[in-house]
Design a protein around this ligand. Structure first.
Ligand SMILES: C[S@@+](CC[C@H](N)C(=O)[O-])C[C@H]1O[C@@H](n2cnc3c(N)ncnc32)[C@H](O)[C@@H]1O
Length: 394
């Protein structure tokens, strides 16, 4: 029998200007299929991790760990994940301009598969960047290293592309030293930046810190560029793009996230100057600060009470920078935290809290205040735009 070629109807194309600074609801592969070739300056993608956790995670005290168990992160198997990855990467590459670039972030669960698929798709990898988390979640079971980083792959559309890269600006932000691929020491998203629902729970389990996006966008885009995020989530890319005078296109499937992102972006006021730059907030690795230094800086006092978040365990801050429970021995915040939780190790900075104004504030916040007080160097505090020779050379 004679085979007839199946002719697929070409999807009608969207006009990029019509969807700029909007969130398009839908599956990112289909939406990207309706975006014309060579029309986007930069893509930032934070795809599903495919964590395959296979059930809930619990701490040694049986409390529930807030891990990524969302349905959007579930794939039938690795082959299904790979098929999905290759399909969205194909469209992403097609819609990038000739000198366009892409950033993809991931963890050990997915980044190696994604990196391979990127090379197979024709992307040219420029760098992999390590985002070191200043405050990672401990390994509660004590069976592995603390998983304290995620990897970002920055790649050009092809080997011949000349992607935007603001070398001089980055060097300036790094105290005059070339910015390294492992210099990104940034806390995970928390505090006021974290979007919360009416129940005070996180709206999105993997909301990325704005400082991370700020680095991505400032290093590799220009004022006015269009940045597309096919996995928009809570809209971090859109919020930061708007702050920095860039345009965004978000694609997301879930209404809850779309609504949260819309409300978030609406509140953002552009902060960038006409040259398209603002300084980074988080600079190089933060100086170490002990509890003793926090006390000496007058931020906490010996004799104050610390508790865990739920107020189940209580200890006293001692003048030597250790904690004491009842009449027991003086122990470090980490050792005592681990002991009460019967865990092999513990980050005491995120475990212990001190009450202020009726709220339990995590110890890490006091450490940050002390750090600012102790190490406030004028360079790190700049808020003005700096004129930098050779900026924007790319
Ligand atoms: C890792 S999260 C991104 C988080 C985001 N970077 C932020 O800061 O909030 C991945 C997001 O992609 C969405 N998603 C997953 N598969 C998708 C698909 N095929 N098309 C569009 N969105 C998808 C999920 O709903 C989820 O919000």
């Amino acid at each position: 029998m004679k085979k007839t070629a199946l002719k697929l109807a070409a999807p009608s194309l969207l006009n990029v200007a019509d969807i700029t600074d909007t969130i398009v609801k839908g599956d990112c592969i289909s939406v990207m299929q309706s975006i014309p070739d060579n029309s986007i300056d930069l893509i930032f993608a934070d795809p599903p991790y495919n964590m395959q956790l296979g059930g809930d995670l619990h701490r040694p005290d049986n409390s529930h760990v807030d891990a990524v168990t969302d349905h959007w992160d579930q794939f039938e198997n690795l082959e299904a994940y790979d098929r999905f990855t290759r399909a969205w990467l194909f469209e992403a590459r097609r819609i990038l301009k000739k000198d366009g670039a892409i950033w993809v972030i991931g963890s050990y669960h997915n980044i190696f598969r994604v990196g391979c698929a990127m090379q197979d798709a024709g992307f040219w990898i420029n760098n992999d960047i390590i985002w070191r988390k200043a405050n990672p979640m401990p390994n509660f079971r004590g069976t592995r290293f603390t998983n304290a980083h995620e990897t970002l792959i920055w790649a050009s559309k092809s080997k011949d592309s000349r992607p935007t890269f603001h070398y001089e600006f980055l060097k300036e932000q790094n105290d005059g030293v070339q910015m390294r691929s492992d210099d990104w020491f940034i806390p995970i998203c928390s505090g006021d930046e974290r979007l919360k629902g009416d129940d005070e729970g996180k709206i999105h389990s993997t909301q990325k810190p704005e400082e991370l996006l700020k680095r991505v966008i400032l290093s590799s885009s220009r004022n006015g560029d269009v940045i597309l995020d096919p996995f928009f989530g809570s809209g971090t890319t859109g919020a930061v793009a708007r702050k920095l005078g860039r345009h965004f296109i978000g694609i997301e499937r879930e209404d809850t996230y779309i609504n949260a992102a819309k409300a978030r972006i609406k509140l953002v006021a552009p902060e960038v100057g006409p040259d398209g730059f603002v300084p980074f907030a988080a600079k190089r690795e933060k100086p170490r600060v002990s509890l003793l230094q926090v006390i000496e800086a007058g931020i906490l006092k010996a004799g104050e009470t610390v508790t865990d978040k739920m107020g189940r365990f209580e200890a006293t801050i001692c003048a030597d920078g250790l904690l004491m429970m009842g009449d027991g021995e003086h122990k470090s915040i980490h050792k005592l935290g681990a002991e009460v939780m019967e865990a092999p190790s513990m980050n005491g900075w995120s475990f212990w809290h001190v009450e202020r104004g009726g709220r339990r504030i995590v110890l890490d916040d006091f450490r940050e205040t002390a750090r600012k007080k102790l190490f406030a160097d004028t360079k790190g505090q700049r808020s003005m735009l700096l004129p930098i020779k050779g900026r924007g050379k790319n």
